[in-house]
Ligand binder design. Structure first.
Ligand code: ATP
Ligand code: MG
Length: 380
């Protein structure tokens, strides 16, 4: 009899011929998430089992951040032997309504699920005077998962993780991370679909403070476990913003800044082989997030720009930010480069031609190259 942690996955089951590949990815990601813990990881058919561990709660917390995992259960592992299973069930203490839930994946197991449910239910009743059977609304469910590898897992607790798809091997995405609430959530949402990402942040020192930069580094470190980030690029937009401020129409300032952010992201995608850019924009949230503003920004994008929060309300975004632990950092009151030189009347329906005209007043290519040349790269 062993104490183990049982891991189930769901969407991977739909992957047909690619199931093996996705399972391998998931196992590798679990290995990485648990690399600081003492434990062994075993991949059995349709389940992953963690054994020989000491820190159960630490491991469960780490597993909850691994996409592709549907749910986790601390369990007892026995051989597929009706007597061993019955003897163990006889030791379980139950109060109130309960039911047994036998899953007979091992079709060679001699007793059919329904019959075994009834047998085990009798055993529980005869050993617990305050227990009664309640099929529809039980306080306790005794799960008995009889697997094809000759092992049975008995558990009552099911801890849900985020499901989704395991992070891919390559860091394909470049997440534009500000200090706000939205962009960490955007990174989380895309990672849930298996997109591994690195991080790009723009500051505007000395208009933005070192504390503002530290705050974003803290955010980056706290979402790293979800998005699989290894590198964070920090670029200074100071010179560009000063030029826009001096030479260009002030109502286009944010628009020009956003186009510059995408241009810098294009260059990094090209240099480091990222395939897509991710932002935390949500339709209509601010002037720079109208359809016209997004169109003006998209016009300079050379890679797909993914905006997972486009249809989210702010309260929905905040709920996720709280859930993933970024909210408290995001609301620290430091300025972002977007709030520096903020125009009084930002244009709500910008036009690509107008943006291009404003950009023609400065030496944009030179300024963008200077941003790239002075990039700071942090290993997370
Ligand atoms: P957030 O809460 O993410 O800051 P926001 O509502 O403040 O979003 P904006 O400031 O318009 O919206 O930014 C929209 C998106 O642009 C952000 O979600 C982020 O992806 C990107 N962005 C904004 N500022 C920066 C920055 N300083 N560095 C990197 N990306 C940024
Ligand atoms: Mg912001």
């Amino acid at each position: 009899m062993n104490n183990v942690i049982l891991i189930r996955f769901n969407e991977i089951h739909l992957k047909g011929g690619n199931k093996k590949y996705f399972t391998k990815l998931l196992v590798n990601n679990i290995k990485y998430a648990l690399h600081d813990f003492e434990c062994k990881i075993e991949n059995i058919q349709n389940r992953i089992v963690i054994r020989d561990y000491t820190d159960e709660s630490g491991i469960i917390e780490a597993l909850k951040c691994v996409f592709g995992i549907h749910s986790i259960s601390p369990a007892i592992e026995l051989d597929n032997d009706p007597k061993l299973i019955s003897d163990f069930v006889a030791t379980i203490k139950v109060e109130g309504g309960f039911k047994c839930d036998v899953n007979r994946a091992d079709k060679t197991f001699p007793i059919k699920s329904n019959d075994f449910n009834a047998d085990l239910g009798e055993i529980v009743l005869s050993n617990n005077k305050n227990a009664y059977v309640d099929i529809h609304n039980p306080d306790t469910v005794i799960h008995v998962d009889i697997r094809e590898n000759g092992k049975t897992f008995i558990f009552h607790e099911i801890i849900y993780a985020y499901s989704g798809l395991p992070l891919g091997e390559n860091r394909d995405g470049l997440l534009l991370l500000s200090g706000g609430i939205d962009s960490p959530v955007a990174g989380f949402c895309m990672a849930k679909r298996g997109l591994r990402q690195d991080i790009l942040h723009f500051d505007s020192f000395p208009y933005t403070s070192p504390q503002a930069k530290e705050k974003v580094i803290t955010l980056a470190k706290s979402i790293k476990k979800f998005i699989g980030a290894k590198y964070m690029y920090i670029c200074s937009m100071t010179k560009l913003q000063e030029e826009f401020h001096v030479s260009c129409a002030s109502e286009y300032a944010i628009n020009l800044l956003r186009r510059s952010m995408i241009r810098v992201a294009n260059k990094l995608c090209e240099k480091y082989k990222y395939k897509t850019i991710i932002t935390g924009e949500s339709l209509g949230q601010v002037a720079s997030q109208t359809i016209e503003s997004l169109t003006t920004t998209n016009a300079v994008a050379e890679y797909p720009v993914l905006r997972p929060l486009i249809s989210f309300n702010k309260d929905e975004i905040i709920e996720i930010a709280k859930e993933i632990g970024t909210y408290e950092t995001s609301i620290l009151p430091y300025e972002d480069c977007c709030t520096v030189f903020l125009p009084r009347n930002p244009v709500i329906k910008p036009k690509i031609k107008e943006a291009e005209f404003e950009e023609s007043k400065i030496n944009l290519d030179y300024l963008i190259s200077a941003v790239i040349d002075n990039i700071e790269i942090i290993k997370l």
